[in-house]
Structures are given as structure tokens and as C-alpha cells.
Design a protein around this ligand. Structure first.
Ligand code: ATP
Ligand code: MG
Length: 331
């Protein structure tokens, strides 16, 4: 029995969340859902995009499922606040190709581990005479923590190569520190191959030979950019999940946003949210259940019969999810 915070949010967030909970219902695991509010609708009702109660529920639960929120320019971001409050320092974005899904490469399966708390996202930006500066913070502590996370992830998930991505030839102090820390941490992990690449070269290798990657660990902005490039390699927003993980909490969300253009139409692809739930199951060490859901989704995608319009079908969000559910149940 797990306590799961469910934060549907706005737009298609609620649609893909409802669909995903249906899929989880097919498993022999008991989930105790605690629904919590965040986002634009929540702001209109409560005056805040992220109530303290929501943060508390997310902290107290074993894991959180997060749909998507529409951002309001004048208000603080619900998801960024949650990442901070729960100290979710690792952002995981798998780059995996699925059968039946149009993608540039058919045989990809690697994961990007992005440092989520510092780097160019330090929030320190100021205007100076004649321009502006942003401060990029790289600490030994955060670098060590994220590199250890990447190696532990590799060990636990049977992946045997970890690559550090940086630009230490130009950013000698900051990225130099990140690279050195990576190799220091690596000493504690015999049997895992290590190497490192410049971020510009990595961007090229994503296009020319992405099969060379297994686990990538990198700083905040490089991770941000490379994960979108990775998403482009394997079929677009409707398919890509993510995990935000800290010492005591994990929060799982699709990479897409609230997609106001298709909200309310019941045509959003639920796959990214379902795969986020798969990442949650792996986080909870429910690996068998995770594979069950993932394999059922893979079947539905490769059959291409009951899929949403972005995958060439005409199914609704819920119809596609129920098809996944039936494939789990018929095992
Ligand atoms: P937000 O500001 O909340 O991020 P957005 O307008 O940027 O909203 P996204 O959710 O980021 O929209 O998605 C960009 C586009 O990708 C959408 O306009 C939508 O058409 C498409 N899209 C996103 N998610 C899905 C999905 N799950 N299924 C199908 N199409 C999607
Ligand atoms: Mg968006």
C-alpha cells in the first residue's frame, strides 16, 4: 500500500491523469491517492498556484504524480516550487524509442540525469552597465550528489556506462569542477565504464550516433537542452515522461505542459503520463508492475489501433488508456 499524491493541475493534466489512474487500477498494488491542487485553476480559487497543503501532501506521500499546470506570469511556478521544497535534485529524462512510434532512430534507450538545483538556474541575474549577467553556480556538494545518483541509477538498472557532459575546456573552473567530481565519484564504482564529452559534441552525437549513450549526467542547462533534443529523437511530447527525485521524495510528470489548444477535447496522448507512472513504479521498486504497464503500452503503440491522433489513430485519451489497462488484465 502506497500513499500517492495526485496533482492533476490544468488543461490536459487532468485528462491524462484520470486515464493513468485507470491503468494503475489494473495492478495488484494498492494505492491510496491523495488529490491536491496546483496551477491556474487553483490560483483562481485559492489565490495561490501552490497551496502549502499541496506541498505538505507531496512531502508526506511515498511519491507524487503531477499532470501539468498552466503558468501565470505574475505568480510563482507550482512545479518549480515543488522541486525546491522537496529538494528534488535529480531530473531524469529517458530517451527511448517505442515500436510503432515515428522516430528518427528505432533502437534508442538511454537516460539523461540532469542536475536540477543550481547551474544557470541559480536565479541570480542582474542588469549591469551596458548589459546583464547571470550567475552559474557549480558546487562540489551538488555535483557529487548528482554524479553519485547517476552511478547508483546505473548500478540498480543494469546500465554499464556513465558519461559526463560538460564544457570544461572553456568553463575551466565550474565545469572543470564538475568533471573532476565526476571522476572522483566514479572511483567508487568498479565495473561501470566512464567517459566524458563536451556538450557541443554531445549535441552532434545525438544526431549522428546516439546509440553510444547509456546514462548521461550533466549540469542543469545542458541537461535541459539535451533532453529536448532527446525527445525530438524519439517521437515528441506526447510520449516523454520524467522523474524528479530527491533524498526523500519522487515526483513524476510528463514532459509536456497543459496544452491549452487541445484541452477539454479528450484527444491528448496519455502515454507520457502513463510512462511517468512507470517511472514511479520503478522508484517504488515495483519493477514487475512497471514492466507490465510498459509492455502493455508498447503493445498498444505498436498495434496502432487504439491510439490518439498524434500517433495516427482516432481514440480518445481514456479509450487509449483503457486499451492499455485491458492488455495488463489479459496477461
Ligand atoms: P504549457 O504552457 O502548459 O506548457 P503549451 O502551450 O506550451 O502549454 P505543451 O503542453 O507544452 O503546450 O505542448 C505543446 C504542443 O504539443 C501542444 O500544443 C499540443 O498540441 C502538443 N501536445 C502536448 N502534449 C500532448 C499530448 N499529451 N498529446 C498530444 N499532443 C500533445
Ligand atoms: Mg510548453
Amino acid at each position: 500500500m502506497y500513499d500517492i499524491a495526485v496533482i492533476p493541475g490544468d488543461g490536459i493534466g487532468k485528462e491524462v491523469m484520470d486515464a493513468t489512474l485507470q491503468v494503475l487500477d489494473a495492478l495488484d498494488i494498492k494505492f491510496n491517492y491523495k488529490e491536491a491542487r496546483a496551477g491556474e485553476k487553483c490560483f483562481r480559487r485559492t489565490g495561490t498556484t501552490i497551496p502549502d497543503e499541496t506541498i505538505q501532501i507531496a512531502k508526506d506521500c511515498d511519491a507524487s504524480l503531477f499532470g501539468a499546470v498552466t503558468s501565470i506570469r505574475s505568480q510563482k511556478s507550482a512545479i518549480i516550487t515543488l522541486r525546491k521544497e522537496l529538494d528534488l535534485y535529480a531530473n531524469l529524462r529517458p530517451v527511448k524509442s517505442y515500436p510503432g512510434v515515428k522516430s528518427i532512430f528505432k533502437d534508442l534507450d538511454f537516460i539523461i540525469v540532469r542536475e536540477n538545483t543550481e547551474g544557470l538556474y541559480s536565479g541570480i541575474e542582474k542588469e549591469t552597465e551596458g548589459g546583464a549577467t547571470a550567475t552559474r553556480i557549480i558546487t562540489t556538494k551538488a555535483s557529487e550528489r548528482i554524479c553519485k545518483f547517476a552511478f547508483e541509477y546505473a548500478k540498480e538498472n543494469g546500465r554499464n556506462r556513465v558519461s559526463a557532459v560538460h564544457k570544461a575546456n572553456v568553463l575551466k573552473k565550474t565545469d572543470g569542477l564538475f568533471k573532476d567530481t565526476f571522476y572522483n565519484v566514479a572511483e567508487g564504482y568498479d565495473g561501470i565504464e566512464t567517459n566524458d564529452f563536451y556538450v557541443d559534441a554531445t549535441a552532434m552525437f545525438f544526431i549522428t550516433k546516439p546509440q553510444m549513450f547509456d546514462v548521461i549526467v550533466t549540469t542543469n542547462l545542458y541537461g535541459d537542452i539535451l533532453s529536448d533534443e532527446g525527445a525530438g529523437l524519439v517521437g515528441g511530447l506526447g510520449l516523454i515522461p520524467s522523474a524528479n527525485i530527491g533524498k526523500n521524495n519522487g515526483l513524476f510528470e510528463p514532459v509536456h505542459g497543459s496544452a491549452p489548444d487541445i484541452a477539454g477535447k479528450n484527444i491528448a496522448n496519455p502515454s507520457a503520463m502513463i510512462l511517468s507512472a512507470v517511472m514511479m513504479l520503478d522508484y517504488l521498486k515495483e519493477h514487475d508492475a512497471a514492466r507490465k504497464v510498459e509492455n502493455a503500452l508498447m503493445k498498444v503503440l505498436s498495434e496502432r489501433k487504439v491510439v490518439t491522433c498524434d500517433c495516427g489513430g482516432s481514440a480518445t485519451t481514456m479509450e487509449m488508456a483503457l486499451e492499455v489497462k485491458s492488455k495488463i488484465e489479459s496477461k
